[in-house]
Design a protein around this ligand. Sequence first.
Ligand SMILES: NC(=O)c1ccc[n+]([C@@H]2O[C@H](COP(=O)([O-])OP(=O)(O)OC[C@H]3O[C@@H](n4cnc5c(N)ncnc54)[C@H](OP(=O)(O)O)[C@@H]3O)[C@@H](O)[C@H]2O)c1
Length: 288
Amino acid sequence: MSETSGTPDASAAGTFDLDGETTVTRLGFGAMRLCGEDIIGRPDDEENAREVARRALELGVDFVDTADSYGPGVSERLLREADVPDDATVATKAGLLRAPEGDWLAHGDPDYIRNEALVSKDRLGVDTIDLYQFHRPDPDTDFEDSVTAFAELQDEGHVEHVGLSNVSVEQLDEAREQVDVATVQNSYNVTDREHQDVLDACEEYGIGFIPYFPIGGGEFDEVDDEIHDVADANDATPRQVALAWLLHQSDVTLPIPGTSSVDHLEENVAAAELSLSDDDVERLTDAV
Ligand SMILES: NC(=O)c1ccc[n+]([C@@H]2O[C@H](COP(=O)([O-])OP(=O)(O)OC[C@H]3O[C@@H](n4cnc5c(N)ncnc54)[C@H](OP(=O)(O)O)[C@@H]3O)[C@@H](O)[C@H]2O)c1
C-alpha cells in the first residue's frame, strides 16, 4: 500500500479532541530526529530537516512533538523556520537538560521550567505554547512543585494545555489534582507495553496518550514473525503495521513517529490509511 496508493493522507487516522475546542489529527510527527547525531546540534542538512517538517504538514499532519532539549533548541528552531507553529498544534517540553556528551539530565526546578517556557515561546515564535509537557519527573525536585510551575504558566497564559511525560498512573493522578492534564507521553509500541496501565488510565479519563518510540526504530523483536506476516498480508511495511496497531489500540492514542527522511515520513503517514482486521490486531496484541 505504501508505494502504490498515491499521496499519503494523515487525516485518515481521524482526530482527537484535546479540550472540546482543539482537535488534532491522531497521526502526528515527532521532530526529535530533525537534529544532529545523538540529538545534539544541527543536522548535516538543515534544509532537508525543514523539508521533512513541511512535508508532514502537506500530508495532513497537524500535531508535532518537540522539546527544548532536542538539540538543545535545534528542533524547535527548525520547526519555526519551517513555519510549523503557524499551521499545527506544537507540543514542546521542558524538564531535561542535555550534556555535551549526550546525557539527558532531569531538571524539574520550577524556576528553570518557567525560564524554559519563555525560551521555547521565542524559539517557536508563538505567544502561547499549544501543549507544554513536563518531560520527566526529577528525583531531586518535588513532583508537585514542578507541576505547579506548569499550572502557573497555564494560568498566566503562556501555555494553553499541559501534558506530562514518563509518568506513572500515581503521578498522573497526583498531577490531575493540580492541573487539567491534556496528554501523557510515555514509551509504548507493539513490542513495549510497560505503560499499558497509563494508557488505560488515559482512556478512562479521556485524555490523549502519546506513545513515543512508536515504531521502536523498526526493531520488533518478540513480534517479528507476526508483524512481517501481517505486513505481507496487507501489502504494507512492518512499520506501517506497528503504527496502524497503535491507532487501533485506543481512540486516545496519538502516535508521533520520528524521522529525518521525507521518504520515511511518507511511508509512516500512509499507515493512517491501513485498516487492520480484528484478527490482525488481536494476533499482534497477543504476541507479547
Ligand atoms: N517524551 C520522551 O521522553 C521521548 C523520548 C523519545 C522520543 N520522544 C518523541 O517521540 C518521537 C518518536 O520517537 P523516536 O523518534 O525516538 O522513535 P520512532 O519514531 O519509533 O523511530 C524513529 C527511528 O526510526 C527510523 N525510521 C522512522 N521511520 C522509518 C521508516 N519508515 N523506515 C526506516 N526507518 C525509519 C528513524 O530514522 P530515520 O531518521 O532514518 O528515518 C529513527 O531512527 C520523537 O521524535 C520525539 O518527539 C519522546
